[in-house]
Structures are given as C-alpha cells and as structure tokens.
Design a protein around this ligand. Structure first.
Ligand SMILES: C[S@@+](CC[C@H](N)C(=O)[O-])C[C@H]1O[C@@H](n2cnc3c(N)ncnc32)[C@H](O)[C@@H]1O
Length: 394
C-alpha cells in the first residue's frame, strides 16, 4: 500500500472508532476484509490510528475540527503536527484521501495558543485529578501519556539473567537495554515487533510487561513457601512476575475466569506453577493477597488511549466503588499477620491514597505498611501500590 492509501485506511477505521467502536476490534475486522494489506501496512495503519486516538484533541484542533472530529480531520491534524504538507498525500492518486477543499486549507491557530487540555490531549475534567497527584510534574507526565509507550520485557530469573536474555534476543535481531526502575526490566530499543516471535519469548526467558508494573511488585513482602492469591489476575501479568521471583504457592482468580485463559500457557513457558481458582474454590486464608483492581487506567493512557476519552465521572465513581468492594471481599481471607496489597495503574488520588485511607478506616485490623507511586516520568506507565498487614491478634 502507498503511504496515502494507508492514510485512507486509517481514516476509515477512525470513523468507526469515533462512533464508539473498539479500536482493536475495528483494526482486526479491517485486516480481515483487506487481505492484500501486508504486515508492514497493518502495523503502519495501526500506528496512525492509535496516534490519532492518543492525540485526539490536538489533532482535531490542527485538523480544523471542533470537539467532534472526523477521521479525515484527525489524519489531517496528524500530518500538520508532523510538519508534513497534507497536499502531498490528500491528492488525486488512486486510494489516496481526496484533495483538501478550500475550508480544510485554512490553517488553524498554532497549537501553543490552544487550551491546556487540547495541547495535552486530556479531557478538561481530568486535569485537576492529574494536578492533585503530580503537581508541577503534571504537564510533563501528560505529555508522555500522549505518546506511544515503550515496549518493556520482564526477564524471568528462573531461566535467564539480564545478560543472557539480551543475548538471546539479539539472536532474533532484537536489542534491549536494562532499565533503572526495576532490576528485572529490559527496554526494547530495536525491533520490538519481533518480540512475540522470538525464541527468548517463546521459551519463557522474557515476558512482555511494563516496567512500572514490574516495579510495584518490588515492595511485596514475599517469602518462600507462602500462599499467595492474585485476586484480580486477568491475563496473569502480576501472578507470573511473582511466581518468577519467588517459590510461593500461587493461586490466580478473576471474577471473569475467561480472562485467565492465557495464564496456563504463559506459566508453562515460564516454568511456574499457578493454580486457577473460581471464587467458590478459594481457600479461607492466604499469606498474601494482591488486588490489582480494575481502575481508570489513567497511568496507562499511552497504552490504552481509548479509555481516556471513554472515562466519565459516573464511570470513575463506579470504579471506586468496585475497588472498595473488592478490598472488603478479600480482607477476611488474609490470615492474621498476613498482607494485603492493593494496586492500580491509576494516578488519581480517589483510586489510590483516598481508597487506601478509607479501607484503613473501615478495617482497623489492617495497618498500612507502605505505599509506592510510580510516575510516568520514571519511564513506564503510572502505577500505585499499597501494602497492609493484618493484625496477628484480632
Ligand atoms: C487491572 S486488571 C488485572 C490485570 C492483571 N493483574 C495483570 O497484571 O495482567 C483487573 C481485573 O480485575 C477483574 N475484576 C473485576 N472485578 C472483580 C472482582 N469483583 N473480583 C475479582 N476480579 C475482578 C477484571 O476482570 C480484570 O481482569
């Protein structure tokens, strides 16, 4: 496909995304209907689509749109943001987006004169929430969240060291460097798209996991032989990381067991045992329970940018209630003297410190031992973790 034809495809896909369709699903459907598009085309179109979602407000501004842009306006804005002359691609070539009309040619005011939420590609109502946590760092963090995230790997210490994992990756033409935030983390610096096909990945030397997600687990009070429950396990990212670090008796649980379907193959690749349990199968008490709760995702909007625009005040309140309910549900299953860890990929106080303070007030049998905020400025997604200990004598 020509670069202009890729733009036409991205415009078509974005038009579906803009009426509320899930971007991943639209991209998959599009690829099925356009078999002539090769893997490089699909990757380029995907990048165009996700960049436009991340930068929706600034591209809409530069594309001359209001708050409800079209796919065409977003792609026009993307070209202007990149300093590309749109006339070279919106042209009469076959499969190219049609040439610009007079109205579209009018240049917008510079982005530097746009309101803060437009410049930072953030819904206005979320700005004070970021400010409350990040203060003077808020703009720099939001700037990072409007760009594509890096690809990070977690080295599995059961199978490799950082060096042997890097060597194995190198054989598949992938370069990666250690990251200071966590001593299991590698940042991929070249050929990230090849990771999922590489021997290092297929044989369990490395897993794909954000560095912030790895770093928060450093604070878990893990001891060999403990019983550990990952209560909101999803695809098992955290459970796998725990099992790779320590010989523990690990159980994964999720309200939606279907979400755990990848855990068995991932655990087998990594050489780790993880039992999967339904709620009725959970034990009465665990030494450590991790609740990696559903959240706004406000620390990870560079990875999942649709969430940024879909979030509403009602949805956020609902999530905060779900998080509190999950903590109340698991609290009785922490053995006396055991630990309860609460984690989010959010940067909002209402989901983090406020949630933790309210739990402590409702459950005087738990004491907060520590909490850790990971900012996007540290290199990965934004995360939060708090660790409580249950009193020995109740
Ligand atoms: C943030 S995701 C977990 C990500 C996962 N821990 C990882 O690292 O890959 C949150 C998970 O919580 C699950 N969940 C939502 N409500 C729940 C509940 N009441 N009890 C248990 N799990 C729940 C969701 O299905 C979702 O898979």
């Amino acid at each position: 496909m020509t670069p202009a034809a890729r733009l036409s495809a991205a415009i078509e896909i974005l038009d579906d995304v803009l009426v509320g369709e899930n971007a991943e699903r639209v991209l998959t459907t599009w690829a099925r209907g356009h078999r002539y598009a090769g893997s490089k085309d699909r990757a380029a179109i995907r990048d165009l689509v996700f960049d436009a979602i991340r930068c929706m407000r600034s591209y809409a501004w530069l594309g001359g749109a209001g708050e409800r842009p079209s796919g065409r306006q977003l792609i026009l804005g993307a070209l202007r943001a990149a300093g590309t002359d749109p006339d070279t691609l919106f042209c009469t070539d076959r499969f190219a987006p049609r040439p610009l009309h007079e109205g579209e040619r009018a240049l917008p005011a510079p982005l530097s004169s746009a309101p803060r939420g437009v410049r930072l590609d953030c819904p206005d109502w979320l700005l004070p929430l970021y400010d409350a946590t990040l203060g003077a760092d808020a703009d720099a963090a939001l700037e990072l969240l409007r760009h594509r995230s890096e690809v990070f790997l977690r080295v599995n210490p059961r199978k490799a060291t950082l060096d042997t994992a890097r060597e194995a990756l190198h054989k598949d033409d992938i370069d990666a460097v250690p990251h200071p935030l966590c001593d299991t983390a590698l940042k991929v610096t070249r050929n990230a798209r090849a990771v999922a096909r590489s021997q290092a990945y297929l044989t369990g030397l490395v897993e794909i996991q954000d560095v912030g997600s790895q770093a928060i687990l450093d604070v878990l009070p893990l001891e060999p032989g403990q019983s550990v429950l990952d209560y909101c396990a999803g695809g098992g990212g955290k459970a796998l990381a725990i099992g790779a670090r320590m010989d523990v008796k690990l159980t994964a649980h999720d309200i939606d067991p279907a979400r755990m379907q990848d855990i068995a193959p991932r655990a087998s690749r990594a050489g780790i045992d993880i039992a999967l349990a339904r709620t009725s199968e959970l034990a009465k008490a665990y030494d450590l329970i991790l609740c990696d709760v559903p959240c706004s995702g406000s620390g990870a909007f560079s990875r999942s940018p649709q969430g940024k625009w879909a979030l509403t005040e009602n949805r956020l309140s609902h999530l905060v209630q779900i998080q509190a309910d999950i903590l109340d549900e698991v609290a009785p299953r922490v053995r006396p003297g055991g630990h309860l860890a609460y984690a989010t990929c959010s940067l909002f106080k209402v989901e983090n410190d406020d949630q933790v303070a309210k739990f402590a007030a409702r459950h005087p049998e738990f004491s907060l031992r520590m909490s850790r905020h990971v900012s996007p400025l540290e290199g990965g997604d934004g995360f939060f973790i708090a660790v409580f200990q249950r009193a020995v004598v109740l």
